[in-house]
Structure formats: C-alpha cells, structure tokens
Design a protein around this ligand. Structure first.
Ligand SMILES: C[S@@+](CC[C@H](N)C(=O)[O-])C[C@H]1O[C@@H](n2cnc3c(N)ncnc32)[C@H](O)[C@@H]1O
Length: 273
C-alpha cells in the first residue's frame, strides 16, 4: 500500500472507531481526540491486576512502547504478535495504528484479562484476537498442573507475523523459558520480520540500566540471571546482557541497533530474522 493509502486507511479507521458509543473515561479529558480509537475502548477496572491501571503509568507505558516499536520498524500493514498481552494496554493503542487488514494476536497465561480483551476490544476491532494459554508462572499463574513455558509452542503457524513483541514478559521467565520463547519467536516470524522485547539487563563493570531494581536482585550460581525473590524464580528476574545477546544470536536473530535503555520502562532489544 502507498504511504497515502496507509494514511487514508488509518484516518478512516480512527473515524470509524471514534464513532463508537462507549463513554470516554473521565481522567485525562484534555487529551480527548488524540487517540479516538483508544478512547472508544472502555478503561478496565483497576481490580483487574497490576498493569498501572488507575494512574498515568497505564497510558505512559503504552505510549513509550508504541513509540519505541515504531522506531523499531512497526508498520500499519504488519501482522503483529503480542506475547503476554495482559489487559491489552498496548493493543488498545495499536487499534488505531494497524490497518484493518492487518492481524493482531495476543496471548496470556491469565484468563481474566484475556476474557476482558475479547469482550471489549475484539467486537470493535475484529482483526484483534486474544487467546488464553494456561502456562505456569510463579507470579501470574501458580497452578502447578499448568503447562511449562519452557516447552510451550506458540499457537500460531510458522512464519505468520511481521512483528513480534513482548513487553515485560522476559522479566517473568526463567532462562529455559526465555530460550524457548526466543526460538518460538524465530519460528513464527516471517523472514525479515522484527522482534521487540523488553528485559531487565545488567552488565558487569558498568552501571546497570535498571540499577534501581537490579541492585535489589540476587544473582544465581551462573551469574547470568538475577532474582528479586531467590525462592521464586519467574516472579521477577534480570539477565546479564551478554547472556541475552548470545541467546539471540544462537536462536538465529540479528540485533539491529543499540539496546534501548530502560527509563520509564525496561531495556528493549530489537532484532530481525
Ligand atoms: C507486567 S505484565 C505485562 C503485560 C502487558 N505486556 C503490558 O505491557 O501491559 C506481565 C504479563 O506476562 C504474563 N505472563 C507471565 N508468564 C507468561 C508466559 N509464560 N507467557 C506469556 N505471558 C506470560 C502475565 O500474565 C502478565 O499479563
């Protein structure tokens, strides 16, 4: 599609979305009109988990992520996978950005937010699909009978996405799970496709990007993984930068550009297949 075509389709999409009859949330009224598609989607109740709901962080994190992903090469015509989509914090801003012919898929290990997204986003934007994948996670899904993320196969065919992202997911994965997710990202990405993932990284001998949290973490025996709570691997973890870069290379991904250092959100790595 030409750039004029992209612009026209995005504008018509925003207009269509803006015509939905959902009440606008009261907070941030001065921003009305900037993201009409996003504002056409109800704001989830803050009882639905710790996604920054009920404060400015909800919006700020999403907008910084969208900006960074755009710099990483995300385009309206892309088919997009959101690993650990949560309550759709980023999806709701992508609704205005992606073409109606582009596919968005999100999955998460907690059922309630996925159900919320299905009820509140998909009816307005049918190209946005959400799946519940009951995998074990020490923080989010402690049902011991759940499948392990270390052997999980993403529920999508090979080479079916142009852009795969994971915001604040690898911080909840132990090394075996993280390595499996990198392999799965490579499997579902089309050749030339891009992946944007956030991590909490640390580096020996230089100030940690996310020093505030890393300084509270405990390194494991290997030294390449650090945990906030040593007895709870997978609750919140940081990784040695070199370990992660080696894992990307081993999985066949090529790093593009420098790591985006974490400030409001975590460090982000962009790579292509
Ligand atoms: C901090 S939240 C981030 C959610 C979302 N990406 C966002 O930015 O709002 C972490 C999310 O990771 C999900 N999660 C935990 N383990 C996961 C796994 N193995 N695969 C996919 N998602 C997972 C949790 O259920 C939770 O929704």
């Amino acid at each position: 599609m030409s750039s004029t075509g992209v612009l026209r389709s995005t504008v018509s999409r925003i207009r269509r979305a803006g015509s939905h009859q959902h009440p606008a949330p009261t907070a941030g009224r001065s921003k009305r009109g900037l993201f009409p598609a996003e504002r056409s989607i109800p704001r989830p109740d803050s009882s639905l988990g710790g996604y920054g709901l009920g404060n400015d962080r909800f919006e700020q994190v999403a907008l910084v992520s969208i900006g960074r992903m755009n710099m990483a090469g995300l385009r309206p015509e892309h088919d997009v996978l959101d690993i650990g989509c949560g309550i759709g914090r980023i999806a709701r801003y992508l609704c205005a950005y992606l073409d109606s012919t582009s596919r968005y898929e999100g999955f998460d290990v907690v059922e309630e937010p996925v159900h919320w997204c299905r009820q509140n986003i998909t009816p307005l934007f049918p190209n946005f699909t959400f799946q519940f994948t009951p995998l074990f996670n020490a923080r989010y899904n402690t049902d011991a009978s759940s499948t392990s993320a270390a052997t999980f196969r993403f529920p999508y065919p090979d080479e079916s996405f142009d852009f795969v992202f994971a915001h604040s997911i690898f911080t909840h994965l132990v090394p075996d799970e993280a390595n499996n997710y990198l392999r799965e990202i490579v499997r579902v990405l089309r050749r030339g496709g891009t992946t944007y993932c956030t991590w909490i990284l640390f580096k020996e001998g230089s100030p940690d990007y996310n020093h505030a949290i890393v300084s509270r973490m405990h390194r494991d025996r290997s030294g390449s993984y650090a945990l906030l709570e040593p007895d709870m691997p997978g609750r919140a973890g940081g990784y040695d930068e070199q370990f992660v870069l080696d894992a990307y290379r081993a999985s066949g991904l090529q790093l593009t550009g420098p790591i985006h250092p974490g400030f409001l959100i975590q460090d982000a790595i962009v790579a292509t297949k």
